[in-house]
Design a protein around this ligand. Sequence first.
Ligand SMILES: [Zn+2]
Length: 174
Amino acid sequence: MKRKQHSPQRNSLYSISGIRSVLIIFSLALTSCFDSPMDEQIRFVEPQLKPYVDSFIEEAAARGVSIDASQLTISFGTHDGAAYAVRSTNTIVVDSTSYDWVSGLREQLVYHELGHLYLGREHDDDMIGNYPKSIMAGVEDPWDEGRQRQRLGMRKYYIDELFNPDTKRPDWSL
Ligand SMILES: [Zn+2]
């Protein structure tokens, strides 16, 4: 993304004092942040995204996988690629203006990012017939709701595969 260039300040005195006061306020904010213990740091789960996180944890538990998402921060924001995850900070950002979100591919979008964060999954662009092998496909969407209705078991396969990449190739992909 391109950033706007700031034009050079003519009045350097004003700009320097302006920067100073911003720095002072900023360092105060940092100080109060670091004063609180790690486990009291504010985590945020966007209410519209919470059902997908909860169901992911349930799908994991149903497959014998325990997920601790207590440190997760998941929120809306802007991103060219619909969503992204940062492992080091346990953070997921979802773009609610993206095609995936707007067109209703919300579950797989959030599950994909949770797969990066909690299952150690990287992108997998293998195909099974005309379909991506995995919800971890980097570009193509594994299913849309129309296909899902047509192909019973599609959602189950993709969630099985998310938790176990060796899941048997489903009949509907042959
Ligand atoms: Zn990804």
